[in-house]
Structures are given as structure tokens and as C-alpha cells.
Ligand binder design. Structure first.
Ligand code: NAP
Length: 308
């Protein structure tokens, strides 16, 4: 099968593989977890709510009764929580995948901060994942993969590294786009470092296009699609978007495609929707200068040194 025609509905067997999915309780992360579990992977959902994780696990088991699933508590906006989660997650070693999926646009006009005093959006979406990846890296198997979630918002908002932490001015969507520039810069810098060290582990990126619950397959308690409103919405906008079940495809490809090489980035064929194909990051986030600066900044802020 060539890189262009990879079929997300015919996954290779993932028996014997263990994959951690942050935010695997909801949205795209839920469908990533369900699709990986359907192919036999042992999926560990790292999520802040035990109740929501339980709903997700029950939902996956109702479709795949033999699925191996677990929950580990994780709040990415607290470095103490990330440290506790990394310790618990390391018990599942060897890990074959770490999907850094969790992320959000913070719905506030005011700049908010994480428990550790960093701007909340970049602090949770990027810095929390940087810390988690760093601490869990020794538990990652040879050829294991770390997959970060990029976003088209990086094409809409120009990166200004000096304002990454919104210390000058704050705007919720800009902060979100910055967090995705940072995730992109981190994953690509990790890919460069792994390649330079001759390490067989891989760092990849995926973005879901525009993926909404309104189009997604119904999963009670997780994506409660209203059948009529969902259909109307889909009829009006379906050519530019897709359900979160399909939004999960590029992520699942990054984890499961045997040919997905270190440094690759997957996204939907039609940019906002479609089958998962290789794509390109924005140049500013991909630059080695940004990657090197970001890495040093993240190590200083977290006080955690990366092992490669
Ligand atoms: N949907 C899109 O069109 C789109 C486009 C580009 C990129 N993305 C990226 O795709 C990823 C998933 O998005 P989505 O649309 O599936 O979002 P979603 O439905 O809102 O789900 C977000 C997930 O992240 C978790 N989360 C948020 N803050 C967290 C924290 N501090 N600690 C731990 N978990 C946390 C949420 O947990 P709770 O349930 O506890 O809140 C939830 O599981 C994100 O990284 C997003 O930036 C999405």
C-alpha cells in the first residue's frame, strides 16, 4: 500500500502494543482510543476525570468486549499531576505509543495561568505534554512513537516566539494557535534529535482538519449527536468538515502505519476533511531555530531535562 492510499478502516493488528492517549475520554482522543483498541492495542486513557474515562472505557468495551483498557489520572495544567501520571504510566512499559492529544481553546477573555504560573493554553496543550513526554520517554519501546496534535490554526496565526506565553497581549485563539506552533516545533525538534542520536524511536504529528462532534458517529455520553440538527449541519457544511471519528484517522495513521517515519506529519487529504495523507507543517514552527529555543525554554520552565 502506498503512502497515499492507506485505509484507516483496515488497520494492521496492534496486538501486544500499549498506547497512551491523553484526553482519550472525549472527542478525537476517544475515537483514537476506540480505533486503536479495535485493532488489538492495549489503550491507556490519561484523563483528568475518572468518571468520563469510565464512560469512554465502557463505550469501547460495549463495541469490543475483549479490549484491554485502563485509566490513569492526568491534568496537563499541573506539573505535579503530570509527574504522578508519568510514574503510573511507566508501570505499563514498554509503551509503543504516546499520543499527546488533549488540548483546548481556553474560553476566557482574560489571560489565565496553570497551577505552576504559565499561560494556561500553551501551558496545558504544550508544556504539560513536553513534561509528560520527557518523563515517559525512558518507558518508550524501541521504534515507539510520540504523536503530537497539530492544527490548521498555525496557518491562520503568525508565530511570534517572543509572545509565546502571551505576556504582552492576550487573545484566546491566538494563544491556542501559539500552543499548536509549540507542539509542532517540539515534535519536529524531537524528530531531529532522535535522528541525530540514531535512536529508533519516532516523533510524528497529525492534525484532524476541522472535526466536529456534530458529524461524528454517535457514542452515548461521549458524542451525543442530535440526529436532525447533526444532519442539517452536515448538509450545510459537510464538504469542509468531518466527524471526530474521522478526525482521529490521521492520528491513528501516525501510530499504526508501519511506514510512518520519524518526522512525518499526517492530515486529511482535503486539508479540513478526507482520508489521512502526509502533509507539511508551517515553516515558522518547523524551523530548527524555533525548535532549539523552545526546547531550552521548556526545560527551564519545567525543570525537567530530556534524555536525548
Ligand atoms: N476538533 C478539531 O477540529 C481540531 C482541529 C485541530 C486540532 N485539534 C486538536 O485535536 C485535539 C483533540 O481535540 P478535540 O476536538 O477532540 O477536543 P475535545 O473534544 O474538546 O477534547 C479535548 C480533550 O482534551 C482533554 N483535556 C483538556 N484539557 C486537559 C487537561 N488540562 N488535562 C488533561 N486533559 C485535558 C479533555 O478532557 P475533559 O473531557 O476532561 O475536558 C478532552 O478529553 C486537541 O489537541 C485539539 O487542539 C482539533
Amino acid at each position: 500500500m502506498t503512502a497515499a492510499d492507506w485505509d484507516p478502516r483496515a488497520l494492521p493488528s496492534l496486538d501486544g502494543r500499549t498506547v497512551v492517549v491523553t484526553g482519550g475520554n472525549a472527542g478525537i482522543g476517544y475515537f483514537v482510543s476506540e480505533q486503536l483498541a479495535s485493532a488489538g492495542a492495549h489503550v491507556v486513557i490519561a484523563a483528568r476525570s475518572a468518571e468520563k474515562a469510565r464512560l469512554a472505557i465502557d463505550s469501547i468495551r460495549s463495541r469490543y468486549p475483549d479490549a484491554e483498557l485502563a485509566h490513569v489520572p492526568l491534568d496537563l495544567t499541573s506539573l505535579a499531576s503530570v509527574r504522578r501520571a508519568a510514574e503510573e504510566l511507566a508501570a505499563f512499559r514498554p509503551l509503543h505509543g504516546l499520543v499527546n492529544n488533549a488540548g483546548r481553546v481556553v474560553a476566557s477573555r482574560r489571560r489565565l495561568e496553570t497551577e505552576d504560573g504559565f499561560e494556561l493554553t500553551v501551558g496545558g496543550n504544550f508544556l504539560g505534554h513536553f513534561a509528560l513526554t520527557t518523563l515517559l520517554f525512558p518507558a518508550l519501546a524501541p521504534e515507539g512513537r510520540v504523536v503530537g496534535l497539530g492544527s490548521d490554526s498555525t496557518r491562520m496565526v503568525k508565530l511570534e516566539p517572543a509572545n509565546l506565553w502571551s505576556e504582552g497581549r492576550y487573545d484566546a485563539f491566538r494563544a491556542y494557535a501559539y500552543s499548536k506552533h509549540a507542539v509542532t516545533g517540539f515534535q519536529l525538534e524531537l524528530a531531529r534529535r532522535l535522528a541525530a542520536a540514531g535512536d529508533s524511536r519516532r516523533s510524528l504529528l497529525a492534525h484532524p482538519g476541522w472535526a466536529t462532534s456534530a458529524y461524528a458517529a454517535r457514542r452515548p455520553g461521549i458524542t451525543d449527536r442530535d440526529p436532525w440538527r447533526g444532519r442539517l449541519f452536515e448538509a450545510a457544511t459537510g464538504w469542509v468538515g468531518q466527524g471526530k471519528d474521522r478526525g482521529a484517522w490521521p492520528v491513528v495513521r501516525a501510530v499504526a502505519d508501519p511506514d510512518a517515519a520519524n518526522g512525518m506529519y499526517f492530515g486529511p487529504r482535503r486539508e479540513l476533511a478526507g482520508r489521512p495523507v502526509p502533509t507539511r507543517p508551517v515553516a515558522s514552527a518547523a524551523s530548527p531555530e524555533f525548535g532549539t529555543w523552545l526546547w531550552a525554554d521548556a526545560e527551564e520552565k519545567t525543570g525537567i531535562r530530556f534524555p536525548v
